[in-house]
Structure formats: structure tokens, C-alpha cells
Design a protein around this ligand. Structure first.
Ligand SMILES: C[S@@+](CC[C@H](N)C(=O)[O-])C[C@H]1O[C@@H](n2cnc3c(N)ncnc32)[C@H](O)[C@@H]1O
Length: 144
């Protein structure tokens, strides 16, 4: 099956190259940026101000191809791509949780961006996840 999607906006990020983005376990993503919605989608932001955090679903638009085995920078061995956050995946979709700092019309000021400047946004959803810490398992990340 194939699906067609369109960007609803783009990210304004301080990062213009991949090397600038903190990587690896424990990397802190504290950079601020903007999620800029195209004017025709701005009405969809109604009432978003009440949420502290958002899921941003976006496209690794600068990635080329994919590999089913990924070798994250801090890993000592390869892992299946679906057990990683590698940008080189069959469907190059990224997912980031950001803190919503404010809204200026069709622009959301957020903290925690790990995307490159100009990254296309596919969707934005309120972050409501509530898996208790005690139930979380982090797989191979806890072996490294
Ligand atoms: C490890 S991925 C994680 C991204 C997201 N938090 C996720 O889990 O899907 C983050 C890396 O993707 C790369 N990246 C960010 N924006 C990108 C883009 N638009 N196209 C290709 N690679 C990108 C950068 O190297 C960045 O360090």
C-alpha cells in the first residue's frame, strides 16, 4: 500500500547541519525553535495552547535510502532499524516530543527540537503519554 501525504508546515531550527545536533544516550535536546504551519492549516491549532508538550511527526527529508540494520553513534553493535531512531528507515518519519512555549498565530515556539532547519512537518498531536517509569524497558540502550 502506498499513501500520499503533504507537509502541513516546517520547522525553524537552529540546526543547519547534522553534526550540530546532540546525539546518543543522555543527549539533551534543549534547543528552541518554531513549528510553522502553512496558513491553510493554522485553524487546526485552535486550543493547542493548553497543552504543555506536543508530538511532532515529521520527515527525514535529508535522509537517503534505508538500512534494516542501524549502527547508532554510541552503540557497540548494530541493531534493527525499528529498535533505533535512525534517520535511514523504510518510511523516513521522525517523531519528537517538544515543550510548547507559546503560540504566535501560525507559529508555535517550542523547546526540544532535534530536527534540521526546514524539516517538513506531517502532523502535530498533544502529548498525553503516561507510561509509568517503572513499566518502561529501554532494550539495548541499557546494555551500552
Ligand atoms: C536520531 S534522529 C531522532 C529523531 C526523532 N527524535 C525520532 O526519534 O524520530 C535525530 C537525528 O536525525 C537527523 N536529522 C534531523 N533532521 C533531519 C532531516 N530533516 N533529514 C535527515 N536527517 C535529519 C540528525 O542527524 C539528528 O541528530
Amino acid at each position: 500500500m502506498e499513501f500520499r501525504m503533504q507537509a502541513i508546515g516546517h520547522v525553524e531550527s537552529p540546526y543547519t547541519s547534522e553534526e550540530q545536533i546532540p546525539k546518543g544516550r543522555g543527549a539533551k535536546h534543549e534547543a528552541e525553535g518554531f513549528l510553522v504551519l502553512a496558513p491553510e492549516f493554522a485553524e487546526g491549532l485552535l486550543d493547542i495552547e493548553g497543552f504543555s508538550h506536543l508530538f511532532v511527526i515529521w520527515v527525514f527529508h535529508r535522509s537517503q535510502g534505508f538500512s534494516l540494520l542501524a549502527h547508532p553513534p554510541t552503540a557497540s553493535r548494530p541493531h534493527g532499524v525499528f529498535a533505533t531512531r535512525s534517520p535511514r528507515r523504510p518510511n523516513p518519519i521522525g517523531l519528537t516530543v517538544v515543550k510548547l512555549l507559546g503560540r504566535e498565530g501560525n507559529r508555535l515556539r517550542v523547546k526540544g527540537v532535534d530536527m534540521l532547519d526546514g524539516t517538513p512537518i506531517l502532523d502535530i498531536k498533544p502529548y498525553l503519554s503516561s507510561v509509568p517509569e517503572v513499566d518502561l524497558r529501554r532494550g539495548w540502550l541499557d546494555e551500552e
